[in-house]
Design a protein around this ligand. Structure first.
Ligand SMILES: N[C@@H](CCC(=O)N[C@@H](CS)C(=O)NCC(=O)O)C(=O)O
Length: 205
């Protein structure tokens, strides 16, 4: 079977993919990069991800970058783990919407809130519209629970859940009861608990 290698830094967005890999239960290697030492800008790694960013995933000869794309890829490559929604299933529509909504709307809304621009662009210019609408739409989606697609935990929960958790840790995403309950449910998953412990060890050096 083709080998899986995660190019990783802890803590960073590559923990999203590490959580996905732990949920999959497939063996993988970690190639650790130090962002503080600039190892993600070295020529060897720039050949893997010319953006000079983590995460990147190598699966055999295939390289995938962008956390949400990697999670989508893994869920489809390893369907036995049932973390995807297959083509032909009508729930694939909302599944893909949430996989794209996290990096396309939730994350930019969080970043713009954390680092506001001098002049607020018109709502129509921003792909995410406005922060409050993004939060309202996301809160409504996670409220019924336990997961975005009801009882079925998917890669979309890994991506949306990681983004909300990270936004709440940085005190940008409001501690709305819907988010606290959803992120609390995700934190009970053994795979997430393993990643938190493993990454704390890595960060401690
Ligand atoms: N859009 C990328 C963002 C990746 C990203 O920004 N990673 C950060 C770590 S959280 C990074 O590598 N920063 C180092 C740098 O840009 O110099 C993704 O979702 O994978």
């Amino acid at each position: 079977m083709a080998k899986l290698t995660l190019y990783h830094a802890a803590p960073s967005r590559s923990s999203i993919v590490r959580w996905m890999l732990e949920e999959l239960g497939e063996p993988y290697d970690i190639h650790l990069l130090s962002l503080t030492k600039g190892e993600h800008r070295a020529a060897g790694y720039m050949a893997i991800n010319p953006m000079g960013k983590v995460p990147a995933l190598k699966h055999g000869d295939v390289i995938v970058t962008e956390a949400a794309a990697i999670c989508t890829y893994l869920a489809d490559e390893f369907p036995n783990a049932k973390l995807n929604v297959p083509v032909g299933d009508p729930r694939r529509g909302p599944y893909l919407k949430w996989l794209f909504f996290a990096p396309g709307c939730i994350e930019p809304a969080i970043i713009d809130r954390a680092a506001p621009r001098k002049e607020e662009p018109r709502r129509g210019m921003l792909g995410y519209g406005d922060f409050d609408t993004v939060m309202d739409v996301t809160a409504k989606a996670v409220e019924p629970g336990p997961y975005l697609l009801g009882e079925h935990f998917t890669a979309a929960d890994v991506v949306v859940g990681s983004t909300l958790r990270w936004g709440m840790m940085f005190k940008v995403v409001p501690e709305r009861p819907e988010f606290v309950a959803y992120v609390g449910r995700l934190a009970q998953r053994p795979a997430m608990q393993r990643v938190i412990a493993l990454d704390e060890d890595l960060a401690a050096g």
